[in-house]
Design a protein around this ligand. Structure first.
Ligand SMILES: Cc1ncc(C[n+]2csc(CCOP(=O)(O)OP(=O)(O)O)c2C)c(N)n1
Length: 512
């Protein structure tokens, strides 16, 4: 016999866990006794789950989280939703009161604990008996890591850790789902019969490590390559001559962008992610469309066309071998050179010029996304992260998780509004000495919302003025060196200072 704690630690080791992201309370303390790896502290549970998500996605390993029963889990839910959308294999554990006093509605009791994080977890359980906890953890890890990956939740009563149980047998799982031969045949037939094929690549390409296979297929089959709406990762080198641009989340704009093509292969993305209502066909009526994804929901939601289930990297690689060769004659995405003014576009173009060659961009700056596409090309695998959910408060802690997994410089490009959701993450950046450049594109507003108001026939949105936030003081208050930049003359020197630093730094970039 062994204790639940010993068995749980064996499960963590088996699945490659090397740190615990958390924010503790009394109901979690027994889990931390003799913890065999470092504890990464987040001062709010949204920070904890955001860091774990960034770490899981960048390290390609599951990330273990521990939260404080109901209230801590509650604080994490926004970023748990994002982890679900990001397909991040985050294993969340949360404390629970002792089993013997649960009938008395004790302090810190999480009622119906396993229901609280639903529906944004793939698996959620409070084991019926203490001795079932290690088996529940195994099931949680395997479920989180099985495509489409995603977060899972295990509620663990505080008295379980010292209980005796059997040491479980630890399974080794190969969860790769290779597309069927007939599916690949259908996709390659569509591409071979086309005259002007296009690829639309989404987050699922990066989740499957499909960067090289996407390039191989695009080059072999002569496809124009588009990034799917709101892709949350890099999908294709944006300086490649076959890179044709980014699809917006508007139905008519997608139709227009794809109009020159007669066959469309969407890989690792839904068809399509929309932001507002639209009407008419989802793609040009003269074109054929098929989707390749390891996510059954992407296929279940297809508005017509065809679909093939399976690993996107495997599928793209098989297609690259099989399709006929064709020279590329389509368009190439062009960058712009913005005027030297303190605008998002100009600042982003200077970031592009001065960034270290292998820097990783983690972004959450809603109105800067468009200018970013025109000025700051992502050209390396593992070079871009944002949230797939649209839920702000992810990328500041997400950048910390990425920086824990990668040696390279991490540049977090954040709106002033976005940064404030999880600003406490700066504390962890300082504690963990993470060399992240926090670049706040500070326009003193929730500009995306004022800009969006026209969609609904409004000319004023209340509460969207954020004047008065001082990010230099906020950074310094968390132990981080920071500078404010008001003019283009000071911009390059400030960026160079931040990019060269081995410590976390912040720039409060006052844009108009
Ligand atoms: C958790 C959450 N709450 C609210 C929103 C709605 N929202 C979308 S964009 C935005 C404004 C973001 O402001 P900022 O980061 O300064 O970027 P800007 O719009 O100014 O470019 C808000 C509040 C959201 N996406 N997520």
């Amino acid at each position: 016999m062994t204790t639940v704690r010993e068995a749980a630690f064996a499960v963590f080791e088996h699945f490659g866990v090397d740190r615990l992201f958390g924010n503790p309370g009394s109901t979690e303390l027994p889990m931390l006794k003799g913890l065999p790896f470092p504890y990464v502290m987040g001062l709010n549970e949204a920070v904890v789950v955001g860091m774990a998500d960034g770490y899981a996605r960048a390290s390609r390993k599951p990330a273990l989280v521990n939260l404080h029963s109901a209230a801590g889990t509650g604080h994490s839910l926004g970023n748990l939703f994002t982890a679900w959308k990001n397909n991040a294999p985050v294993v969340v554990t949360a404390g629970q009161q002792a089993r013997s006093i649960l009938p008395f509605d004790p302090f810190l009791y999480a009622e119906r604990a396993s229901e609280f994080p639903r529906p944004y977890v793939k698996f959620s359980v409070e084991p019926a008996r203490a001795e079932d906890v290690p088996l529940a953890l195994i099931r949680a890890f395997v479920t989180a890591l099985t495509p489409p990956m995603g977060p899972v939740f295990v509620s663990i009563p505080v008295d379980d850790w010292e209980r005796e149980c059997e040491m479980p047998r630890l399974p080794v799982i190969d969860a790769l789902t290779v597309p069927s031969a007939t599916g690949i045949e259908r996709l390659s037939t569509m591409l071979d019969r086309a005259e002007r094929p296009a690829l639309v690549l989404g987050t699922g390409v990066a989740n499957c490590e499909g960067w090289a296979s996407a390039i191989a297929l695009a080059e072999k089959a002569g496809c124009a390559v588009f990034v799917a709406p709101y892709a949350a990762r890099e999908t294709f080198p944006e300086d490649h001559p076959q890179f044709a641009g980014f699809l917006n989340a508007w139905r008519d704009q997608i139709r227009d962008a794809l109009d020159p093509f007669d066959a469309i292969l969407v890989a690792g993305a839904p068809v399509f992610t929309y932001h507002v209502e639209g009407d008419g066909p989802h793609w040009p009526e003269h074109a054929q469309l098929m989707a390749l994804s390891d996510d059954p929901q992407h296929l279940a939601n297809l508005p017509g066309g065809g679909g093939v289930l399976g690993d996107v990297n495997e599928g793209l690689a098989l297609l690259a071998e099989r399709t006929n060769a064709r020279a590329y004659t389509g368009p190439t995405h062009r960058l712009i050179e913005p005027e030297a003014k303190m605008t998002a576009a100009h600042v982003l173009s200077r970031i592009a010029a001065l960034r270290p060659g292998d820097a990783i961009i983690v972004e959450e700056a809603p109105t800067a996304r468009g200018p970013e596409h025109q000025t700051l090309p992502i050209t390396r695998e593992g070079g871009f992260y944002t949230c797939a959910s649209g839920g702000l408060g992810y990328s500041l802690p997400g950048a910390l998780g990425v920086a824990m997994a990668e040696e390279d410089k991490v540049i977090a490009i954040l709106g002033d509004g976005a940064a404030m959701y999880t600003i406490q993450g700066l504390f962890t950046a300082c504690q963990e000495k993470l060399p992240v450049s926090f670049l706040i594109l500070n326009n003193g507003a929730y500009a995306a919302l004022t800009g969006f108001s026209g969609e609904f026939g409004m000319n004023h949105v209340p509460g969207c003025d954020l004047q008065g936030l001082d990010f230099v003081k906020l950074a310094q208050g968390h132990g981080i060196a920071a500078k404010r930049v008001d003019s283009t003359e000071d911009l390059d020197a400030a960026l160079a200072w931040s990019f060269q630093s081995q410590a976390p730094t912040l720039l409060d970039l006052r844009i108009r």
